[in-house]
Design a protein around this ligand. Structure first.
Ligand code: SF4
Ligand code: SF4
Ligand code: SF4
Length: 311
């Protein structure tokens, strides 16, 4: 079954690619969505077979953005930020790491009396109002006009504020790389934080994110957020499914549709370091202290952004 937002539609040079689609009957126009509008992805969990092609595609496509740390690492005084070194474990794919921005989560669940294994791709949710961006003290985390949030490795000091305020603990630190080595190797953050940047550079060129392009099961679709939300609801209605990501943390640009309730999925997945949960999440930026912090940080972030643009 098609959700109507086929990955094949998001093609380079698409000027007004309107396509009426599938059984849910969604029509999309991608004319300028990737330039002017907020993009979202729809992930149909029922289609995922757990093959990890998307995981490999992400690593291959974005490998040039992965860390290349210098060793030995400088010693920090006081030793308040722990060393995190994934450089000798670059082949770990069962969780998020600085070298693995997408992993496949597994859940064994009973559906219609049959034990079924569900698999789902997990990475940054690309929140509509991302606390990682709003609360980064250095303006290293930014949100692009199309809603993508990314961490600039040339500005990030690895202090991991983004991870602390992310409801899913998504960003992952690698020690021994980044600006802190030149600025304050013994005092500053201790590395750089890494996460899915939704292949912002490919999208800027009108291409699909690598994980979407390479999925043979068409698990993911990408398009304007309003169309994706409509498609997600249509799919959920048609399949008696459940939605995650539309409201969590005040709304995200990653919308999952599952054949089983997310509280059941949550009980069945393995949680832990680098393995995000599927629990309900309140809007972090609606909390008073976070709002105040964001306002205080805004000028610094603005300066950092302006300096980078000018370089
Ligand atoms: S999303 Fe697609 S490529 Fe990734 S594991 Fe699922 S089926 Fe495979
Ligand atoms: S999921 Fe976490 S890292 Fe991703 S945009 Fe939201 S707050 Fe930022
Ligand atoms: S959108 Fe790009 S960076 Fe993000 S998980 Fe997919 S391939 Fe990796």
């Amino acid at each position: 079954m098609s959700t109507g937002l086929s990955r094949r539609s998001f093609i380079k040079g698409s000027v007004a690619a309107a396509c009426a689609v599938g059984s849910v009957g969604v029509t999309k126009t991608l004319a300028s969505a990737h330039k002017n509008g907020t993009l979202a992805t729809l992930i149909d969990i029922s289609k995922c077979i757990g093959c990890e092609w998307c995981v490999d595609a992400c690593a291959e496509t974005n490998g040039h953005k992965h860390p290349n740390p210098k060793k030995p690492f400088p010693t920090m005084y006081p030793n308040r930020v722990p060393v995190e070194d994934w450089s000798e474990k670059q082949d770990v794919t069962e969780q998020l790491t600085p070298y693995n921005w997408l992993f496949i989560q597994h859940a064994t669940i009973e559906i219609d009396g049959e034990e079924t294994e569900l698999t789902l791709p997990r990475r940054c949710m690309h929140c509509v109002n991302p606390p990682c961006v709003k609360l980064c003290p250095w303006g290293a985390a930014r949100q692009l006009d199309n809603g993508i949030s990314r961490i600039d490795p040339d500005i990030c000091l690895g202090g991991s504020k983004c991870k602390k305020v992310c409801p899913w603990d998504i960003p992952q630190r690698q020690t021994g790389t980044g600006l802190y080595l030149d600025l304050l190797p013994a005092l500053a953050g201790n590395g750089v934080m890494y996460k899915c940047d939704r292949c912002y550079d490919r999208i800027a060129d009108g291409e699909l994110p690598a994980c979407i392009e390479e999925c043979h099961e068409d698990v993911q679709a990408i398009g304007p957020r309003d169309k994706i939300i409509k498609a997600a609801h249509a799919l959920a209605k048609e399949t008696n499914g459940y939605i995650y990501g539309e409201k969590e943390n005040g709304g995200t640009n990653t919308i999952y549709v599952s054949p089983v309730p997310f509280d059941e999925l949550q009980k069945a997945i393995e949680e832990g370091k680098g393995k995000p949960h599927l629990k309900p999440v309140k809007d972090q930026m609606a909390r008073g202290n976070n709002l105040v912090a964001a306002m205080a940080i805004a000028p610094i972030a603005g300066i950092a952004a302006a300096v980078e643009t000018a370089i």
